[in-house]
Design a protein around this ligand. Structure first.
Ligand SMILES: Cc1cc2nc3c(=O)[nH]c(=O)nc-3n(C[C@H](O)[C@H](O)[C@H](O)COP(=O)(O)OP(=O)(O)OC[C@H]3O[C@@H](n4cnc5c(N)ncnc54)[C@H](O)[C@@H]3O)c2cc1C
Length: 547
């Protein structure tokens, strides 16, 4: 059965939905094909406990930061339900007693808190914050830049490289040196340059290892910290993270609603098997059930190995490009643990089960850099971490829509299990790993274990097989230096275009991804619209009516 559209978007994760919304807004007749029974991909809210449907969790991703105001405003996402509660402070309690709290935007309280551990570090903290803010000013705009094809001699590519150089002509030797440090150092070495106390260094190291197959002593982790620290949830606060009301699935739903309003069609349970290529051009897709959908533009938002090697096929791709995609690294060893709690954790260091400030931000299990490193070394040795590291949050500190009154949801983003756990479910070992993780928190908050009503464990196998996150990598590909900017997903193809004419690529494996930032989907749609003016002219009635 044949059907024809201007644009077909493969994958209804948040990037696919953003791409569809922009394509439809520009007037293209657009359809999104999502393989699962619901949209959102890794930005999803689900009720994993059939016996307790009143609890909902952000099953994979859990906090917002990088969705730029441009996308929020263009798609009028607030009108479609995008509502962020800014997150509270970073909190870590210690088994030897005491705790540390770090505030994103309160230098005075930060100073008081850090002084408990080191006066020197407390004094260094404002300088560190200013240093990072200065670098974020350089790196932030790069997130919205289409990477040039560095090394290409084509006039168009040379022109974009020159434009980039010109934009950065104001940078001085020190800033270039600082950016170089950030791009090449380990987060451990960088923090050693600035701070002395293990507590402060543990706290600041977390963002360097989120989602990475690398401990804090690996070069490149300083950049990962920066990637997670450049943030703006639309209120202009740099590095300020927030919880979406209704969980991360509500971000996807807001984008979906905008896309539908502009006329995009969204089909669920519609797995794509293949991209149709004719004479070097993408001409549509074939669904797993054999249906063909023809379109002038195809935008894929799947993992690059699926999008290119499986769905396009090496016979339609340059050999070098296929090799680059084969070599694409997607390890991570992340396990997501979602908990329903009868009451809030009662920390020995800061007692009480009533809601307090330290429940409102990240509730961490990362007491020192050595602790985090040990967890990584265990997994690199082929065993799940004995004492895993966790970035925990309790969104119900603000969001009352996720669980019944008086109860809470806690999301634990934990690391590491061995990188190859994507190939087998490892169910029993994951249960034991979750037990150990819970025990670690229980040492700090003795009511923790007994407060757990339900638990849901999502390991790398499930991430790959249920959500299409190959290798269990949370970003469709590691944020390692050789996979960033003009190399993401492959040299020469970082401009959201692909070797196949008419096929565009907008998953988290492109520049600015990963994370729930929508930039890859936005850029892929912009590239398609710029190249294929005819799809815009054919615009939907609804989109024309609104413009
Ligand atoms: C555990 C975890 C925690 C994370 N935490 C955060 C966080 O707190 N904050 C943050 O910003 N980011 C976080 N991330 C990263 C972020 O969620 C991802 O980078 C982002 O959601 C990916 O979006 P995407 O649209 O590119 O891809 P996806 O969300 O993977 O969407 C791809 C879609 O394609 C569908 N699909 C797959 N195969 C097919 C097929 N053959 N046919 C049709 N459809 C198909 C999938 O079902 C999916 O819906 C986290 C990710 C994970 C896994």
């Amino acid at each position: 059965m044949g059907q024809t559209y201007d644009a077909v978007v493969v994958g209804g994760g948040h990037n696919g939905l953003v791409a569809a919304a922009y394509l439809a807004k520009s007037g293209a007749r657009t359809v999104v094909l999502e393989g699962r029974h619901k949209i959102g991909g890794a930005a999803t809210t689900e009720s994993p406990w059939p016996d307790a449907p009143e609890f909902a969790v952000t099953r994979l991703s859990y906090v917002m930061s990088l969705l730029p105001p441009t996308i929020i405003n263009d798609l009028e996402l607030a009108r479609h339900g995008y509502k962020i509660y800014p997150m509270g402070p970073y909190y870590q309690a210690f088994s030897e007693g005491g705790s540390i709290t770090l505030y994103a935007d309160d230098a005075k309280r930060n100073h008081e808190s850090v002084s408990k551990w080191s006066k020197k570090d407390a004094d260094a903290m404002p300088k560190w914050d200013a240093w990072l803010a200065g670098l974020a000013e350089v790196l932030g705009p790069l997130l919205l830049t289409v990477p040039p094809a560095i090394g290409s001699h084509k006039p168009k590519d040379l022109a974009s490289l020159l434009r980039l150089a010109w934009r950065h002509r104001g940078l001085d030797v020190r800033t270039i040196a600082d950016v170089t440090r950030l791009m090449t150092m380990s987060i451990a070495d960088l923090l050693d340059d600035w701070f002395e106390s293990p507590q402060v260094k543990g706290a600041l190291a977390v963002n360097g290892v989120i989602g990475t197959w690398a401990g804090p002593y690996e070069p490149g982790t300083a950049y990962v910290m920066a990637h997670h620290s450049i943030g703006d949830v639309g209120d202009g606060h740099l590095g300020n993270w927030g919880f979406q009301e209704g969980g991360m699935g509500a971000v996807s739903s807001a984008i979906e609603s905008a896309a539908r309003e502009h006329g995009a069609e969204i089909r669920l349970n519609a797995p794509v098997a293949r991209v149709m290529v004719d004479g070097g051009k993408a001409v549509g897709v074939v669904l797993a059930n054999g249906d063909e959908i023809r379109a002038k533009v195809v935008v894929s938002t799947l993992h690059p190995k699926t999008a290119f090697l499986e769905q396009v096929g090496r016979e339609h791709l340059p050999a070098e490009f296929s090799t680059d995609i084969e070599r694409w690294k997607s390890r991570s060893g992340v396990v997501k643990i979602n908990l329903a709690l009868a009451e809030l954790p009662d920390f020995t260091a800061d007692p009480g089960t009533e809601l307090q400030e330290h429940h409102t931000g990240s509730v961490e299990m990362a007491p020192t850099m050595e602790y985090i490193e040990r967890a990584f070394l265990d997994a690199r040795d082929g065993k799940p971490a004995v004492r895993p590291f966790s970035d925990g949050v309790i969104p119900t500190a603000f969001d009352k829509t996720l669980s019944p009154e008086g109860t809470h949801i806690m999301s634990l983003f934990t690391q590491w299990v061995p990188a190859d756990w994507n190939s087998e479910p490892h169910t029993e070992e994951l249960e034991a790993y979750a037990d150990r993780m819970i025990d670690c928190y229980n040492e700090l908050a003795p009511n923790f274990k007994s407060s757990i009503l339900h638990r849901d464990i999502v390991g790398p196998y499930q991430m790959e097989h249920e959500y299409g996150l190959i290798g269990g990598n949370i970003f469709h590909g590691e944020l390692s230096l050789e996979q960033l900017f003009h190399m993401r997903p492959a040299p020469g193809f970082a401009d959201y275009r692909t070797p196949v004419d008419g096929l565009y690529y907008g998953s988290s494996a492109t520049h600015a991804g990963g994370g729930v930032c929508g930039i890859p989907g936005w850029q892929a749609a912009r590239a398609a619209i710029a190249d294929r003016k005819e799809i815009v002219r054919g615009g939907s009635r609804r989109a024309r009516g609104r413009s």
